[in-house]
Design a protein around this ligand. Structure first.
Ligand code: F6P
Ligand code: MG
Length: 452
């Protein structure tokens, strides 16, 4: 490590902070939901096995083994939940043959030297990343649950509830198509649209879709002017999205990426960076990326949405364009589309860093290849709250600290934009008088975490 921040990181020792609330309330809910998911899956496997006759003994043996392994995973997760609630020492991650295990175990050992290797005493960012890597190890060591994402069904379910916004956005994009020539000839109109696209992509990170209507903030506009000025100087550049959540947020990322390559002369390709393991519940895995395109291609996935025949057509033509972009390499993932969970060794190498527990300020030291790759980008867009926490180190910066200062040595390494709705205490780049006003007002005092 080269950079040492002048303030400590957030941790749950401060009971008034959001991290305490997460550790005592949110994590147990997430863990319990995985146990439920597994119980359910095992239940159906048992029924399937019982329905087989003796002629299918091989299949039966496989199913029975899967149930046995599933129950073993449940036992591990239940033990984890018990130990977490009692603030026990965090276990070493067992040898599952997958990436970053040593990284986590070494950091755990260091925390142990300061007696900070328990669930309530470790820095929140570390503990939360470790939790998802630990959970992954429980599945990775099995034979039959190795490629299982315990959050898959919840991601899909939420996505299927966002049909109304999806159709609305598809129609907006369709209307743009008619104005393509006019827009390309008139960059000031393009700038207004760009502003709207950034806002849509930003609010795609909100958990509450009704926030999509919050589109008039003056300060956001100022920021976007800066980004637009930067983009205007590019020609046929590559833009990178360090992705956050699957489902509706990924949809808005794709819409924004589509806008950049289809309607501006500045960008000609987009690389999307997914995660390799189930991560912070909703994050995009390679398989989610492919699935999103197929889910969007089948209107029966959005039964509750009030779609018209026109809007169905609009969505279809937009998604077909995205599919052709994927085929021709205009859109691509940082790793092969068929990268399995865990990364499959060399295959997933380019995505390995995103599931380490590290702040991004030492990216250059920790993953020089990745930084070299991102330096070729015209703009790197970091999506979501966790990326923001890692960009700023999840440190207790005074909120008026300049963003560049909080980035530490990463500042200036490559042009970057962070789009995040606030879901954690850390905040920087906010004028001091605004911070004081927000903190003082009862209506806004939760501004650091309320996602608004
Ligand atoms: O609810 C809190 C939390 O789990 C944070 O720990 C984390 O930063 C955030 O949610 C994840 O949000 P996002 O998907 O926007 O990165
Ligand atoms: Mg996320």
């Amino acid at each position: 490590m080269t950079f040492s921040a002048p303030y400590p990181p957030y941790d749950p020792l401060d009971k008034s902070g959001f991290s305490y609330d997460t550790v005592i309330r949110r994590w147990p809910i997430i863990i319990t939901s995985i146990i439920d998911e597994l119980h359910n899956a095992c239940h159906f496997l048992v029924l399937e096995s019982q329905a087989l006759d003796d002629s299918a003994s091989d299949k039966k043996a496989l199913l029975d083994e899967k149930v046995k392994e599933g129950n073993e995973v449940v036992a591990k997760i239940s033990k984890l939940k018990y130990e977490m609630a009692r603030d026990r020492v965090m276990d070493e991650i067992e040898d599952d043959g997958e990436g970053n295990r040593d990284v986590y175990n070494q950091e755990l050992a260091k925390l142990g030297e300061d007696n900070r290797n328990t669930w309530f005493t470790a820095p929140w960012l570390f503990a939360e990343c470790y939790l998802y890597r630990l959970l992954r190890s429980y599945f990775a060591v099995t034979k039959q649950w190795n490629n299982y994402d315990p959050f898959h069904s919840s991601k899909l379910k939420t996505f299927k509830q966002s049909g109304a916004s999806i159709y609305k956005i598809a129609t907006t994009i369709h209307d743009l198509e008619k104005r393509k020539g006019e827009l390309i000839a008139n960059p000031s109109k393009l700038q207004i649209l760009f502003t709207e696209m950034v806002q849509m992509c930003l609010w795609g990170n909100a958990t509450d879709l009704s926030l999509l209507t919050h589109m008039t903030e003056e300060d956001i506009k100022n920021l976007q002017t800066t980004v637009w000025e930067h983009l205007k100087g590019l020609k046929n550049a590559r833009v990178d999205f360090v992705l956050d959540n699957a489902g509706f947020e990924l949809f808005t990322d794709l819409v924004f990426a589509d806008f950049l390559v289809t309607y501006t002369p500045h960008v000609s390709s987009v690389v999307f960076h997914p995660k390799l393991i189930p991560w912070f519940v909703s994050d995009v895995l390679p398989v989610d990326f492919t699935e999103t395109l197929s889910v969007l291609s089948d209107p029966s996935n959005f039964p509750e949405a009030d779609s018209s025949p026109e809007s169905l057509e609009h969505l279809k033509s937009m998604v077909n364009r995205w599919k052709s972009y994927v085929e021709t390499g205009v859109f691509k993932l940082s790793v092969p589309l068929d990268t399995p969970l865990g990364g499959g060794g060399e295959k997933g190498k380019k995505a390995n860093f995103w599931t380490t527990p590290y702040p991004y300020w030492d990216m250059e030291t920790l993953d020089p290849e990745l930084v070299k790759y991102l330096k070729e980008s015209g703009l790197v867009i970091f999506k979501g709250d966790l990326n923001y926490r890692k960009l700023t180190g999840d440190i207790k910066w005074p909120a008026w600290t300049p963003f560049d200062e909080a980035l530490g040595p990463l500042a200036g390494a490559f042009p970057l934009l962070s789009l995040r709705t606030n879901k954690a205490d850390v905040a920087v780049g906010v004028p001091k008088d605004v911070v004081e006003k927000l903190d003082a007002d009862e209506e806004s005092e939760k501004w650091r975490v309320d996602g608004r």
